[in-house]
Ligand binder design. Sequence first.
Ligand code: HEM
Length: 476
Amino acid sequence: MAVELRAPFSWKTVGGDTAAMLDELQPNILKGHARDHLTLLFLRFDDSGAARAFVRGLVVAASGRPLMKSAKTHLEEIARFKATGAPGTAYVGLGLTAAGYDAIGVPAGQRPRDRAFRRGMQHAPLGDPPPSTWEPHLRAGMHAVVVIADATRPSRDRALARVRALARASKAVAIIGEESGQGMRNANGECVEHFGYVDGRSQPLFLKEDLSDEIGRADGASVWDPGLGAGRAIVPDRGAPVPRLQFGSYLVFRKLEQNVRLFMRERAALARRLNLTGADRARAGAMVIGRFEDGTPLVLQRTAGMRSPVPNDFTYDSDPDGTKCPFFSHIRKVNPRGSGSFSEARERRHLMVRRAQTYGVRTDDVHDGKVSSKPAKGVGLLFMAFNASIAEQFEFVQQAWVNNPWFPVVGPSDAPPGPDLLAGQGARPRITCPLTWGTSQDHPTATRAVPPPAQVVAMKGGEYFFMPSLAFLRSV
Ligand code: HEM
């Protein structure tokens, strides 16, 4: 049977081609890898032979365990950890840019097909700041990225030292840049981003084991189905010896700096403009994100407090006019869950797998509410997303939804719903906000058009990579 790409499968019981695919797929694509401590090394190849030797060295070790492991090994490590508490090994992933494929001399017919990948992020029509303003190492024409991560710093550092030694030994693989991130958690142990909001909760799930955890241990999947076929994340690896069994995935990387001080000022200004008082003030930030800080979806209730688990089984069906969660809210823009003015099935084609990590060291208390101590630069998100098609997933979402103030089309109105205030690039028209939460017979909702909060996220550079199959890496 061909590799199962259309519906979630059970990795424990699946056999045949799908099991073979997992043996050669890189980890962290179909299931997230523990990544509290993460480093990205950006590489330039100065000699194709040396580059090929370096790449092979990641998957074939002269002695001991190779640095890179398969998705299957990662899944087995997780199962062992659950059963016995035995820690797994570090995650080492490799992605190549289109220029990287040139540099190692892969014939044209064996390279990844995606047109956006070939064009690269610097030429993408995303409304980004000009590449001349990006951080130099993120626009320097990189050939590859090595992603190294693990749950503890010493384990990440050991793997990092091995990768550096391999690059040094090759003599023609230069490390031209480096980014490191460290997971941030709130008091409940949930991952948060620098503005203080729970992040990483909503993800497509490709494995039946993850779906049954979602149903059994989280809030279920009765109205929002997070299940997706692997074909939304992986594609045959045309460079591999047996492409129908050996798959890879397109990785989008963007360094997004967060001005936390400005975000807090703008959030307070929005609350003032809407006359929000008391506990209702938290609704200003929730309108920008679509969830309260503790992850409570704004569409479900007017205040925070729906924790343990943070809900993800929701849609916007109860809010067709955006008076609970406005259409410009980040999570409603990037995943309208059926409220995006075309069919839910078509919407789902644009879902992507997010594997982001926060970067930058915080010396303040993230949740103390003191604006003046908050960082204005130097912290943010190492945004990473896996795609089967960059054009249909990441680029579509960023261009047609996030940046586009007219998405979604919500009936005859002069006022556009507005751009995504978090991740949107480009012009920002005024936004129309509900003064009270939701509509009811007794309290008809009033809205107010106000100036939009200033841009608090700055794009500092990025690139598109293809994470090939292990079989390809062994064969170069
Ligand atoms: C610094 C920039 C960003 C921050 C601080 C941020 C923050 C967040 C937060 C707090 C959530 C809610 C947690 C969750 O539902 O999992 C979220 C969800 C999400 N974000 Fe972002 N994000 C950023 C950039 C982006 C970008 C550039 C994209 C894609 C173009 C994106 C796509 C998504 C998606 C797809 C979801 C899940 C929405 C859902 O399924 O309901 N984010 N983000």
